[in-house]
Design a protein around this ligand. Sequence first.
Ligand SMILES: [Zn+2]
Ligand SMILES: [Zn+2]
Length: 250
Amino acid sequence: MSRYFYDLHMHSCLSPCGDDDMTPANMAGMASLCGLQLAALTDHNTCGNCGAFLKACKAYGIVGVPGMELTTAEEIHLVCLFPTLEAAEAFEAEVRTMRLPIKNKPAVFGNQYYMDEEDKILGEEPNLLIPATRLDLEAGTALALRHGGAAFPAHIDRPSNGIIGILGALPEKPFFPTLELNDPDNRAQYVKDYGLENRRLLCSSDAHRLESMREASQWIELDDEPYSSQRVRDSLIALLREGMVESVDN
Ligand SMILES: [Zn+2]
Ligand SMILES: [Zn+2]
């Protein structure tokens, strides 16, 4: 087992609210400066820049994880992570059919750039990525699991798009063994107020700008022997899936 300093929730320039500077290459470079060893790209309702992000991370010796921040029908933000790019892309292909076809207005909502790993713009996503999809919390969670991934509610300590802010409490089903806090200082309060003693609480930056990426401070222990970056990804996803698979019909 080894400790990995992580940030498992960040947005690239493909998210309309992500800065144009959040290219996969810049993000990987900044992740390296921040001392991260494990970094996930989780754009809103898309995995379109994950391929470039994984390559850029590899160049910096960081284990990249492909992911998505899914907006459920209830407007809850759910971080979905996958062991491989293929699994993430297969998940996205299904999510895409559940997105609402609203055109993006870049001047209002921001640009949505598809990038390669060397900062070249490959294209622009015409439809706005951030609105609620037609997948509800249960269906979205089941879909991520069916594609071999794991899912956990994002920034539960924020009123907007946080599961507690929207539902008032954590649902019994689907059961989420892992939850994300945005502010690590909220940990004790949330454990006490919501009885989270037996949950895994991860803290990630939800960075939309390079300057919001955080100095490494949060770590997770993963089985990585015999070492390969794929082994690290597999261990992460297996750990996050523990206790989830039994609770969701998929
Ligand atoms: Zn969010
Ligand atoms: Zn986010």
